[in-house]
Each structure stands twice: as structure tokens, then as C-alpha cells.
Design a protein around this ligand. Structure first.
Ligand code: HEM
Length: 394
């Protein structure tokens, strides 16, 4: 029998919200199958999402279930996102200091400078591709500077990280492994350089922690750095893209923000709730057979939390399908919850606020240069965003 919801179809990717509404009502803990045949459970209601992110029966470190002998993609899993206590605290603690709200607000001037340079370049023409020309370079330059890696290599990071994200559902596995190997090779050469000549950057500090003994293993060094590169830009690209799309599709909200630019914080929070950048990447594993909301989840089964579905739950948000930058309170889950709450949230929020404010000041008349139906949503289901956003600037 055909499954009721085609979770990997183009139609779903374009607009998953009607299907999520049905699931929340009829089958909130939904049994799903990935294209590679793997079974999983999709959590769609807000209160269940919150509960499962705190549930001690659920773990992140999959090697506890299946052993550490995974494919070469596993290098990306030796980090805090795929660890449980006590390793989680140790790994997060090594980089946490670089991402505190105080550290991040100290970067405001530099983020504005990079933004202005990119927009000066765009202003030379009458059109831009928002993703390629702005939404991608901004966060990748910022995270590269924090890590101390050459910003000129950003196109390579983009290819490798896109391949990991979009190829991770099995369709482009061979290409993905080739890119993974190139990524590892690049990092190993870079780590060698830093070992010989350390600086003030975050990679130098991590290498010091590795050299000093039992704080960080070599594979964790790779795992943490790749996570920061990937998480540090893949999501923020889509925060910028999804914000502009939502504003252009809701001209009343665009005008309101033009008139009252200090609503920018609310506008970013509303995009995070309305069409958040993270789709199926909030995953965990059942560490024991467990009953959850009447479903029997077996040890070793994958549990995915749809943050976007939770953020459209009418039990928590009034008129959830309405894009409304006047919402006073928005307890959205776009950055997750619990010990894995996004480490980069203050950075992502600051980048989003500077990016959208500057774009609207520079190009108040911007318009989509293609029809809404021509926009192509990124495949792979890990992140939620479109591939290209062609804009008329004037
Ligand atoms: C974790 C979302 C930007 C670094 C997470 C999680 C979410 C998330 C939902 C938790 C996943 C889970 O519980 O399974 C987002 C969104 C972003 C964003 C929506 C942009 C709008 C960033 C940036 C960075 C970053 C800019 C890096 C500088 C991380 C890290 C973790 C994480 C390191 C793992 C934290 C841990 O396990 O303790 N993010 N993220 N993120 N994010 Fe972000």
C-alpha cells in the first residue's frame, strides 16, 4: 500500500505544512521510511518534541547501539551533536567560550563590514542571486574567520558540505564519499600547518587541547571542526533566504518592517518559527524499547523531530500558518531544546538581523525575479531552503 505521506517527494519539500497538520492530528508519532529503506519515527507535535528532546531513553551517540565501525561519513559524527553526557559536555565546553552572546556581539562590526562589502558588489548590477551572492558567502566567511581557515576556499566547503547534506539520503552516496575524503584531506593538511604555526583562532585552540592530553582525540578534532563549518553556514544561508522569501511573499509584513526596522528581531524569530532552516536533522535513537504516545519504539530505531511541524502546532501558536512579525512571544523550537540547544544561535540571530536589515536598507524595492512556483527547494530533507533566489534589486 502506498504510504499516506510522501515525505521525500518534491511536493512535500515545497510545502510540508498541510501534511504536518494532518500528522499532528491523526498520527502525531508517525512511522516513516527513508529512501534507503531505514525505518524511523517522526515526532510532529510541539509538546512531544519538547519531551523527546529531554527523554533519557533517547540517545545521540549511535555507536553505542551499532558499534563504532561506521563508514567514512562517521568522521562527522565525533562531536557534541552526536554525543551524550559526559562526552557531550567535554566537547561542547571546548568551543562554548567562542560562541557566548558577549563574544558574538563583539563581532557585530566585522559582520556588518562583510555584509556591506557583499552588498556593494551586488549594487553594481540590477539583479542578484541572493543565495550565491550574499546568503552563502556571509556566514561562511564569518565561520571561516572564527576558525582561522582561508575564506578563499569557501566554494570548496560549499561543495563538500552540500554534498554531505543533500547526498545523505543515499541517492548520491558515491559522490558524497569522494567529497568526504577531499574534505578530510583538506583539513588534515590545514591542521598540519596550524600545528607548526598556531594563532589565536579556534582551530589553534582545539589543536592545543588535543596536544595537551585527554581533552580531545584526533577524530573529535575533525568532528568538531566539520560540524562548525557545516552548521555554521548551511543553516544561516537558509535563515537569510527564508526570511527574504517570507517578507516578499507577505508585502504587508515587508512594509511594516520597512516602517519599523527595530522589529527586525521579531522578523527573524518569526522566520525561524514560520519556515525554519532545519528540517529532518534533529535526530536521536531509542536506547531501549520504549512506549511513546501509544507507539512502541524499539531499541535502535531512529527518532526524528520535525521542529517545523512543532513550530506550526496550533496548541502553542495562534494562527500558526500566518507569517506575522508582530508576535510578541514565540517559544519556537528552531534551535532545538535541552543540552543540544544550538550553540550558534546568538551568531545566527546576529547574522540574520544584520543581513536582512542591510538588504532592506540598500534595496527597499527588491522583488523576486522568478515566479514563486519556479523556486527549487533543496533536496535531502536535512535543511529547509531554496537553491537560488533571483532578485530584481531596483
Ligand atoms: C545544534 C539549528 C546555526 C552550531 C543545533 C540544533 C538545532 C540547530 C535545531 C540541535 C539539533 C538537535 O538537537 O538534534 C540551527 C539553526 C541555525 C543554526 C536553525 C541558523 C539559523 C548555527 C551556527 C552554528 C551552529 C551559525 C555555529 C557556529 C551548532 C552546534 C550544535 C548545533 C555546534 C550542536 C550543539 C550540541 O549538540 O550541544 N543547531 N543552528 N548552529 N548548532 Fe545550530
Amino acid at each position: 500500500m502506498e504510504p499516506q505521506f510522501q515525505l521525500f517527494s518534491k511536493e512535500f519539500t515545497k510545502n510540508p505544512y498541510p501534511a504536518y497538520a494532518k500528522m499532528r492530528k491523526d498520527e502525531p508519532v508517525h512511522k516513516m521510511r527513508f529512501p534507503d529503506g531505514q525505518l524511523g519515527w517522526l515526532i510532529t507535535r510541539y509538546e512531544d518534541a519538547v519531551e523527546i528532546m529531554k527523554d533519557p531513553r533517547v540517545i545521540k551517540d549511535v555507536s553505542k547501539l551499532f558499534g563504532g565501525n561506521m563508514d567514512s561519513g562517521s568522521v562527522f559524527m565525533h562531536n557534541m551533536l552526536f554525543s551524550d553526557p559526559p562526552d557531550h559536555k567535554r566537547l561542547r565546553g571546548l568551543v562554548q567560550k567562542a560562541f557566548t552572546p558577549q563574544m558574538i556581539s563583539g563581532m557585530r562590526g566585522r559582520i556588518q563590514e562583510i555584509t556591506d562589502e557583499l552588498l556593494d558588489e551586488a549594487a553594481k548590477g540590477t539583479r542578484m542571486n541572493l543565495i550565491d551572492d550574499f546568503a552563502f558567502p556571509l556566514p561562511i566567511i564569518v565561520i571561516s574567520e572564527i576558525l582561522g581557515i582561508p575564506t578563499e576556499d569557501r566554494d570548496k566547503f560549499r561543495i563538500w558540505s552540500n554534498s554531505l547534506i543533500e547526498g545523505s539520503n543515499g541517492e548520491h552516496a558515491a559522490e558524497m564519499f569522494q567529497h568526504v575524503n577531499e574534505f578530510i584531506q583538506y583539513l588534515s593538511e590545514w591542521f598540519e600547518k596550524v600545528r607548526k604555526n598556531p594563532g589565536e583562532d579556534l582551530i589553534s585552540q582545539l589543536i592545543l587541547a588535543e596536544d595537551e592530553g585527554d581533552q580531545l582525540t584526533e577524530r573529535e578534532l575533525y568532528g568538531v571542526v566539520t560540524l562548525l563549518i557545516i552548521a555554521g553556514h548551511e543553516t544561516t544561508v537558509n535563515l537569510i533566504g527564508n526570511s527574504i522569501l517570507a517578507l516578499l511573499e507577505h508585502p504587508d509584513q515587508f512594509d511594516l518592517l520597512k516602517e519599523q526596522p527595530d522589529r527586525i528581531h521579531q522578523a527573524i524569530e518569526e522566520t525561524l518559527r514560520f519556515n525554519g532552516p532545519v528540517e529532518f536533522s534533529t535526530s536521536r535513537w531509542a536506547n531501549e524499547d520504549m512506549e511513546f504516545r501509544g507507539q512502541m519504539i524499539k531499541r535502535g530505531e531512529l527518532i526524528i523531530i520535525s521542529l517545523n511541524s512543532a513550530n506550526h502546532d496550533p496548541k502553542v501558536f495562534e494562527n500558526p500558518d500566518l507569517f506575522d512579525i508582530s508576535r510578541e512571544k514565540s517559544p519556537h523550537l528552531a534551535f532545538g531544546k535541552g543540552i543540544h540547544l544550538c550553540l550558534g544561535a546568538p551568531l545566527a540571530r546576529l547574522e540574520g538581523e544584520i543581513a536582512i536589515t542591510s538588504l532592506m536598507q540598500r534595496f527597499p524595492e527588491m522583488k523576486l525575479a522568478v515566479g514563486k512556483d519556479e523556486l527549487e527547494w533543496r533536496p535531502g530533507m536535512i535543511v529547509r531552503g531554496v537553491k537560488e533566489i533571483p532578485l530584481y534589486l531596483k
